[in-house]
Design a protein around this ligand. Sequence first.
Ligand code: NAD
Ligand code: TYD
Length: 350
Amino acid sequence: MKRCVLITGGAGFIGSHVVRQFVNKYPHYQVVNVDALTYAGNLENLKDVESAANYVFEKVDITDRARLHQLFEFYQPDGIIHLAAESHVDRSISNPLAFLYTNVIGTVNLLEEARLAWREDLLGKRFHHISTDEVFGALGDEGLFTEETKYDPHSPYSASKASSDHFVRAYHDTYGLPVVITNCSNNYGPNHFPEKLIPLCISNILENKPLPIYGDGKYTRDWLYVIDHAKAIDLVFHEGKNASSYNIGGFNEWKNIDLVKELCKQMDVKLGREQGTSERLITYVKDRPGHDLRYAIDASKINAELGWKPSVSFQEGLSLTIDWYLENKDWLQKVTSGDYQNYYDEHYSK
Ligand code: NAD
Ligand code: TYD
């Protein structure tokens, strides 16, 4: 039987790269992209694959259990890669309930549908939950998050992701659902919504607007190029051990202020501006409440068990990312103006 993989959140930043990876690499799979098209979902991210024979888009909100049930009955997926989420920490501080509904209730809805659909036969089935390193809380100057690190989420976003991770494990332990979880560090790359640090700064540099640095800028994150994350997801989905979790990271820590300065340098070169022009836009602003000092991932398990490691260096990935934004100014313009939200109506509703 043909394999059917249901990918939730496929119109978002990481999801679109995962959808592309699966549509192109596995022409014999049916790939179903299930996305509610919130402000973060943009079908233009998938223009190059939307007419592929093995791809279909379904506009469905994962908090809508009845619609999810119809989808499961119709497609009978044997694999689920679950990325749909509210993903921005700052939004979780101003509207935590949206994070509870999508990230927790939406995940449990999917788990319930998978449990029902697969109750007769678990063979060949897999529920792959995409999570974040933020569930582990904050590190001091030393140490790394491993798969054994105790959960200690601080923001409403990370609390909702931690909760969904626990539900996924509970469905394995209670019902025997075949699951796997990946916890990844900060992604960057093409199609990143410009509310997040790197695309926000690229967009603001282009428009000569201030680059807001929270607090003293010494907060530290590990950054991974999004296509390396998509490849890791592909590998874990196919070869990861049942009921395991894998940390995914770039071995690439940056203090926010150093990262933004590096970005400014590369932008000045690419835009033919005098060095220092973009850096002058840096503006220290009020800190994020509950701001986690440092995230850093030990990704040695996925390397030892499955042979994955990042393939793109940070200098290269940052350069590729800036080039993508410079070549896709219309994408950025549509996103900042909100015009991208018409794409679904123009292309999918007849
Ligand atoms: P994103 O915000 O860019 O995209 C989220 C997608 O989910 C959007 O297409 C949106 O329309 C969809 N969505 C939101 N609510 C929905 C709902 N109720 N029903 C159906 N679809 C819905 O997010 P992203 O950065 O691509 O992150 C994807 C996943 O990866 C998330 O689960 C996130 O927690 C996780 N993650 C992200 C990062 C990162 O650096 N961005 C790092 C680690 C893990
Ligand atoms: P972000 O891209 O929002 O990702 P996350 O909060 O999931 O790590 O933020 C990355 C880091 O950059 C984080 O320490 C917060 C900081 N930041 C700023 O200093 N200024 C900004 O305008 C934004 C959006 C983030």
